[in-house]
Write a protein that binds this ligand. Structure first.
Ligand SMILES: NC(=O)c1ccc[n+]([C@@H]2O[C@H](COP(=O)([O-])OP(=O)(O)OC[C@H]3O[C@@H](n4cnc5c(N)ncnc54)[C@H](OP(=O)(O)O)[C@@H]3O)[C@@H](O)[C@H]2O)c1
Length: 271
C-alpha cells in the first residue's frame, strides 16, 4: 500500500490518480476531504503536524510520498515503525540552490537521507500553478501583474512532478537519487501571461508590479524570509535556477509539459 500525503494538492491529486490507474493500492491523506473525491480511492484525514495521528494510516504501508509539512524526523520515524520501506520526498529546488533560505526543505531532505529507507528526493522549481494567483485579475479585467516581467524561469507542470513521483514509487532504480524537476523552457512572467491569454482566446495585459508590492502580497501567505527568498529567485535567479533540467524527460521518456500545455488544460480556472 502506498500512502500519499498532500493528496488533494496540485501534485497529490494527479499522483493519487496515476497510482490508482496503475492498479496500486493507495491511501490519500490530507486534513480535509474534498466534497468531490473519487469513489474507490481510500482517503484518511490526518495532520502532518501531529505525526502520532499518522501512525494508524502508515501501519502496513510499503511506501510513502511525503509532503514537506510538520516535524520531519518524527514523521520519518512513524513511517519506519509502520513498515514503510520506500519514501519519496516532495522537496524544492531551493534546498539545493539556497539551502540557508530553504532550510525547512533541507531539514526534510536530511531526515529522509538518514532514514535508512530507500529514499528519493524530488526538487521541483517554480510550479506553473503559481500563476493561478492571476485568476481573479484575469477574470475581472484581463490583467496579470508580477515583478521581474522579463526574467525567465522554467516553471514545471505539477502534473509532471506527480508523474515522476508515480514512476519512482512504482519502479526500481531511483533509491538514493535527487531529481531536479523543471519545465522544458524558461519563460518570463510576461510570456506566461501571454500564454494564458492564448489559451483563453483573449489578450491578457501584463502589468509590471514593484518588488515591494509583490513582497507585501506574498508575506500575507508565507513567512517573510520565504517571501524574500522567492523574490530573489524570481528577480535574480542563479544559473542553476535558470537551467532546464533533463530529469523529467529522462524519467518519463518524453519531454516535460510546456507552460502552454498547462495553460490550455487550466484555462477554465481563469474564466
Ligand atoms: N509552488 C511552487 O512553486 C513550489 C516549488 C517547489 C516546491 N514546492 C513545494 O510543493 C509543495 C506544494 O505542493 P502542492 O502545490 O501540491 O500543494 P497544494 O496544492 O498547496 O496542496 C497542499 C496539500 O497538502 C495538504 N496539507 C497541507 N498541510 C497539511 C498538513 N499540515 N497535514 C496534512 N496535509 C496537509 C493539503 O490538504 P489540506 O489543506 O486539506 O490538509 C493539500 O492536499 C510545498 O511544500 C511547496 O513548498 C512548491
Amino acid at each position: 500500500m502506498i500512502v500519499v500525503t498532500g493528496a488533494t494538492g496540485n501534485v497529490g491529486r494527479p499522483l493519487v490518480a496515476a497510482l490508482a490507474a496503475a492498479g496500486a493500492q493507495v491511501t490519500a491523506v490530507s486534513r480535509s476531504k474534498p466534497a468531490e473525491w473519487p469513489s474507490g480511492i481510500a482517503h484518511r484525514r490526518a495532520d502532518l503536524a501531529e505525526p502520532e495521528g499518522l501512525r494508524p494510516v502508515l501501519d502496513g504501508a510499503d511506501a510513502l510520498f511525503l509532503f514537506p509539512q510538520g516535524p520531519a524526523d518524527a514523521l520519518v520515524d512513524v513511517a519506519k515503525a509502520g513498515g514503510v520501506r520506500r519514501i519519496v520526498l516532495l522537496s524544492s529546488q531551493g534546498a539545493g540552490t539556497r539551502p540557508g533560505a530553504y532550510a525547512h526543505f533541507a531539514g526534510f531532505e536530511r531526515a529522509v537521507r538518514n532514514s535508512g529507507l530507500a529514499w528519493t528526493v524530488l526538487r521541483p522549481g517554480g510550479f506553473a500553478t503559481n500563476t493561478l494567483a492571476w485568476q481573479e485579475s484575469i477574470r475581472v479585467n484581463w490583467t496579470a501583474a508580477a515583478p521581474f516581467g522579463d526574467v525567465a524561469l522554467p516553471f514545471v507542470d505539477p502534473a509532471d512532478v506527480a508523474e515522476v513521483a508515480a514512476k519512482v514509487l512504482l519502479g526500481d532504480g531511483h533509491a538514493g537519487r535527487v531529481y531536479e524537476l523543471t519545465g522544458p523552457a524558461p519563460l518570463t512572467p510576461r510570456e506566461r501571461a501571454h500564454a494564458i491569454g492564448e489559451a483563453l482566446g483573449v489578450a491578457v495585459r501584463f502589468l509590471d508590479q514593484s518588488p515591494a508590492d509583490a513582497r507585501a502580497e506574498m508575506a500575507a501567505q508565507v513567512p517573510g524570509p520565504i517571501a524574500d527568498a522567492t523574490l530573489a529567485v524570481l528577480g535574480d535567479p542563479l544559473p542553476a535556477e535558470r537551467r532546464v533540467s533533463p530529469d523529467v524527460e529522462r524519467i518519463l521518456g518524453r519531454p516535460a509539459r510546456s507552460f502552454a500545455e498547462w495553460a490550455a488544460r487550466s484555462a477554465a480556472a481563469f474564466e
